[in-house]
Design a protein around this ligand. Structure first.
Ligand SMILES: [Zn+2]
Length: 189
């Protein structure tokens, strides 16, 4: 069984330049504190408050670089806490997704869409996909071993030049499988 690094994504937000300008000030640049596994992606030192009808999370990490569209990725548990009904979506597919209010140091903005529960997925470079004999958009399964062993199905392959091998789960999924961050799973086709 091919070994796959599994990473747990905490709740986070990607911002468009327009929303970054509004929240932090015109022409603001995100300050990198840590590179993430996917080439070019980084955790910034910036955080925002994510506000729903029922409650809010004060320090939601902003992930860089800026993107075309603002996107908030939260868990199903977060949805309950906030009072937001977000759909499960692949990153980038935000059309008609849930609303929320975002508060930064300079302003508070209302997102008309962009809040999603990220669909579990497996990043692979083109060469890694070829080696594992899977295609972009194919659904595979990833088995996590241990005392709360689980096999996750419906894991969407995201293969392309810009990616590197890593399966991304959210904290609900990671906790359900008894995972700490960055363990390994096994690819089950
Ligand atoms: Zn990912």
């Amino acid at each position: 069984m091919p070994k796959i690094p599994v990473e747990i994504s905490a709740r986070h937000i990607h911002l468009s330049q327009k929303d970054l300008d509004a929240l932090f000030g015109k022409g603001f640049k995100l300050k990198k504190i840590k590179d993430l596994s996917q080439p070019g992606e980084f955790a910034s030192s910036q955080t925002v408050e994510l506000i729903g009808p029922k409650s809010s999370y004060k320090k939601v990490r902003v992930i860089g670089p800026v993107r075309k569209n603002t996107q908030v990725e939260i868990t199903a548990t977060d949805c309950r806490v906030l009072g937001i009904n977000a759909p499960v979506r692949l990153s980038g597919n935000v059309k008609g997704s849930a609303q929320a209010t975002i508060k930064g140091p300079k302003a508070r903005i209302k997102l008309k869409q962009g809040v999603i529960i990220a669909q579990r997925h497996l990043h692979l470079s083109a060469e890694e996909a070829k080696k594992l004999k899977v295609r972009n958009n194919q659904k595979v399964s990833v088995r996590i071993k241990g005392e709360r062993s689980i096999t996750f199905h419906e894991v969407v392959v995201r293969a392309g030049r810009q990616y590197k091998k890593a399966c991304h789960l959210d904290t609900d999924e990671g906790n359900s499988a008894g995972m700490k961050t960055c363990e390994y799973g096994e690819l089950v086709k």
